[in-house]
Design a protein around this ligand. Structure first.
Ligand code: ATP
Ligand code: MG
Length: 475
């Protein structure tokens, strides 16, 4: 289908010439000879032209007023303005309103064509971004949080209510894999900031200095290696949401800086004198008990109170086993679609086994179990023999498939679908830790990663509790 182009031009001869020219180049060109007609096309008929070429001064008004109105109503399309005698204040206003370009008349068609081609590319890119945002808004609604238990129904109601109010901060608590990340996305994409950006940052995954420059941004030369200017996550999330995952892992001095930004609604990039205004909604998540961290002094109480305007605590899966009745079919359907399998039947003894298990990795672990079983199913029935609950590390003595093992200095990991990626990750980390006698720094070095990242994953996979190796074997 030809892309729609709107030409707003009162000089009919020139207008017709433009329309003919662009029709010849594959556009669906429409000509409006007055501001009134153009207004009808844009605001009433919702023609949504990709590009608008407008003569700035028309007999019934200034095209910039229409551009301003279109912008206020979020009507997409790139505007190219044609001016008779280039008046500077108007061109400044045109740029401020986000016009793509403005050209002085008479302007050679070849030149206009190049500008129109650029405007088309830009408008198409924006259209893609918008439809992506719409997809996410459709994908992340309160109903994407699956589970028929009363506690989940209540959580959905709270999320739906929260999505209606412009809250400034919220904390989501809950064990690993309970859906904190999912809830954060739902809150953003179904809330009033859905058209703004959502930036996610895992505070445990970055070393302190890097986290600081990523959050607050920096100017060129602020520190060794700071080549150019960098807008930090807080600035990037302007008018949207910043999701701070694993907030308990943030250093105390960064917590202080973050609190200042939240109170002042402005920040200073590293190495800069200038303050920049930021308008962000913060969603913070933690699988640690933050109150306890406040009590033992490793989390600032003032930041805690600033963030916990609202709180949502997601219960572990073992406390809402009824949800399995919804989660299992939904996840099977998802992996059927991904892998072209058609598992339809889940025997009651599968549910019984699942109800007996304590799900330390919660929904994420359930997801892995189902992914593995669906991939290995050879009929329409969910294969109970592939569930291997609690044997996340692939230790299935007696089965005839290959198992991960150490071969001298090498690790051998089976690629036959018997291990999910997370399980491989967990196995690699555990082996490295065992070889370094649970010295995290040495293990991090062996894996070419940071201590922070390793510490985060050790926690995520439950490999060590309170500094001691977890009793993984007994599961
Ligand atoms: N109630 C639910 N309905 C549907 N999917 C869910 C639900 N809860 C969790 N999931 C899915 O389980 C996986 C793990 O959830 P998520 O990443 O949100 O957990 P988390 O609490 O952020 O874990 P972590 O603390 O390890 O970051 C995701 O794929 C998520 O979409
Ligand atoms: Mg998460």
């Amino acid at each position: 289908m030809a892309d729609p182009l709107l030409i707003i031009e009162d000089d009919t001869l020139f207008g017709r010439e433009l329309a003919r020219h662009f029709k010849g180049r594959g556009w669906d060109a429409d000509l409006a000879a007055s501001l009134k007609r153009a207004k009808q096309v844009l605001l009433e008929e919702h023609a949504e032209p990709l590009v608008i070429i407008a003569d700035m001064s028309l007999p019934d008004g200034n095209a910039l007023d229409l551009l301003e109105q279109a912008r206020a109503q979020n009507i997409p399309g790139e505007w190219i303005l044609l001016t008779g005698c280039g008046s500077v204040p108007d061109s400044v206003r045109a740029l401020r309103l986000g016009a793509y370009d403005f050209l002085e008349k008479p302007c050679p068609l070849a030149r206009l064509e190049i500008v129109v081609a650029g405007a088309r590319r830009s408008a198409q890119a924006q259209k893609r971004l918008r439809s992506q945002a719409t997809d996410e808004q459709r994908r992340y609604t309160p109903d994407s949080l699956i589970g028929c238990s009363e506690i989940m129904a209540q959580t959905r109601r709270m999320i739906a209510r929260l999505a209606e109010v412009p809250f400034s901060a919220l904390i989501i608590g809950g064990e690993t894999g309970t859906g904190k990340g999912l809830v954060a996305r739902i809150l953003h994409h179904s809330g009033p900031r859905a058209d703004g950006p959502m930036i996610e940052v895992n505070c445990a995954a970055l070393p302190r200095d890097l986290l600081e420059s990523e959050l607050f941004g920096h100017e060129a030369g602020a520190f060794t290696g700071a080549k150019g200017r960098h807008r930090g996550y807080l600035e990037q999330a302007n008018e949207g949401t910043l999701f701070l995952d694993e907030i308990a892992e943030m250093d105390l001095d960064l917590q202080t800086k973050l609190l200042t930004v939240l109170e002042d609604r402005s920040l200073r990039r590293l190495g800069s004198e200038k303050m920049v205004d930021v308008d962000v909604q913060i969603i913070a998540a933690s699988n640690r008990n933050l109150e306890e961290r406040v009590r033992d002094g490793s989390f600032r109480s003032d930041l805690f109170h600033r963030l916990s305007v609202f709180r949502l605590d997601l219960p572990p899966l073992r406390a809402r086993l009824d949800d399995l009745r919804d989660l299992v079919p939904a996840l099977i359907e998802e992996y059927n679609a991904r892998s072209g399998r058609s598992v339809r039947r889940v025997p009651e003894d599968v549910y019984a086994l699942m109800r007996d298990y304590d799900w330390p990795g919660n929904v994420r672990e359930l997801r892995n179990v189902i992914e593995r079983a669906v991939l290995l199913a050879d009929s329409e029935t969910f294969p109970a023999e592939w569930m291997q609950l609690g044997r996340g590390l692939g230790r299935t003595a007696g089965s005839n498939r290959s198992e991960p093992h150490l071969d001298g200095d090498r690790l051998v990991i089976p690629l036959d679908g018997s291990m999910a990626l997370d399980q491989m990750d967990s196995y690699i980390i555990r082996t490295a830790l065992e070889r370094s006698h649970w010295n995290v720094t040495a293990a991090a070095r062996a894996l070419g990663t940071t201590r922070e990242t390793l510490r985060y994953r050790v926690q995520k996979y439950g490999l060590m509790e309170h500094g001691e190796p977890a009793d993984e074997e007994s599961r």
